[in-house]
Design a protein around this ligand. Structure first.
Ligand code: SF4
Length: 375
């Protein structure tokens, strides 16, 4: 694929190359550990990638804001965008592709033919179905046509973000374009759903890595979400959970409880009914960079029945009310996740996220990455 110049690789000195190698190994270790794969698999994957054996990825954009792509490529970690592009062969991606018009279309056709039955199709955005799908056309083809044609030759299909998973914002009432998720168009095919607004990049990389190295997909829940990333509710590992169980709630933005980092349930937090890993795997590799960490209630973006449907300040039922045996430290800086919480995530979810940070550190990382205050 021909990428935009800012994503290309320039000349590098020995020190730069060594740092890059270590960052690359670290990225592989994190992605592998996110899906519970051993560090050995991450090493194999890194070696295969260096040898040029990278999984081909065709990435389609439909009705969306490109937030999932931005989240993947705009982390605060230096050059993570280049590392990701070293990990996978991104053969078609409308945001990053330099060619346009029929040349861009040729890229997609060539990638489909060259890697038929093996490439990973990533779908970002909802698919409009009303009026023959005319509300999203690319190169003269409707989103439905592009999706069906590409999916027919894909080895694995991943819907990234809430829009591609179940319609997301475009499907909010009154859903004027008849927006739907990819799995509704591709009935009979396995579509891995990675909902989130945006989805966490490590969950995508872990899923792609497992498919590329083992030829399998992660275990999925009843909504086709990988259990390693969506097996727990936000509430189970929230750093404000001790306040919830003690009955300490913020009642208004800026009140004393809000400033003290108390529980946001009464402001409409959907964390008790939202399955996601945000409380242990923050965004952009910035500690505390997730809604509750920033003092805003979770709005349930991974749940079709909540996000963009239930009003922001309405409360939800408590799905799993039993308090945990151990809490994150309640006096930790607002929004940060304690070492205990990270450890619990690894134990309870099987995601081994806590172990991931340790594996990454052993491989030479260590600065500026783990979204946990215990590192
Ligand atoms: Fe955290 Fe929300 Fe649960 Fe309160 S209700 S503990 S803020 S997830």
């Amino acid at each position: 694929m021909v990428l935009a110049p800012s994503l290309g690789s320039g000349p590098r000195g020995p020190l730069d190359r060594e740092m890059r190698r270590r960052d690359f190994q670290r990225l592989c270790a994190l992605a592998a550990a996110a899906v519970g794969l051993p560090a050995k698999v991450a090493e194999q994957f890194a070696e295969a990638a260096v040898a040029g054996q990278k999984p081909s990825v065709i990435w389609l954009h439909f009705q969306e804001c490109t937030g999932c792509t931005e989240s993947l490529l705009r982390t605060s970690h230096p050059a993570l965008d280049e590392l990701i592009l070293d990990l996978i062969s991104l053969d078609y991606h409308e945001t990053l592709l330099v060619p346009s018009g029929h040349l861009a279309e040729e890229c997609r056709q060539r990638a489909m033919e060259a890697h038929a039955g093996k490439f990973v199709l990533v779908v970002e955005g909802a698919i409009p179905t009303k009026d023959g799908g005319i509300y999203c056309k690319i190169g003269g083809h409707t989103a439905i046509e592009m999706l069906e044609e590409t999916a027919a030759k894909a080895g694995a299909i991943i819907a990234i973000g809430s829009c591609a998973s179940w319609g997301g914002i475009p499907s909010a009432d009154p859903n004027p374009t008849g927006a739907k998720g990819a799995h509704e168009i591709l009935a009979g095919k396995t579509v891995v759903n990675l909902p989130g607004c945006p989805a966490n990049p490590y969950i995508l990389l872990g899923t792609v890595l497992q498919y590329a190295t083992l030829g399998t997909l992660p275990e999925l829940d009843e909504k086709a979400r990988p259990k390693f990333g969506y097996g727990q509710t936000i509430h189970e590992h929230c750093p404000r959970r001790a306040h919830f169980d003690a009955g300490r709630f913020a009642l208004a933005y800026g009140d004393a409880g809000h400033r003290e980092g108390w529980c946001l349930y009464k402001l409409g937090c959907k964390g008790p009914a939202t399955h996601a890993s945000c409380s242990t795997l923050h965004f952009g590799e910035v500690v505390g960079a997730w809604p509750i960490g920033l003092g805003h209630p979770c709005f349930g973006c991974t749940e079709q029945r909540l996000a963009f449907r239930v009003p922001l300040h309405d409360t939800v039922d408590i799905e799993r009310p039993t308090p945990p045996d151990t809490y994150p430290p309640i006096h930790a800086p607002q929004g940060e996740v304690g070492a205990v919480a990270t450890g619990l995530a690894g134990l309870a979810g099987g995601a081994a996220i806590g172990a991931a940070w340790m594996a990454a550190k052993k491989l030479g990382g260590g600065e500026g990455a783990p979204p946990a205050d215990g590192e």
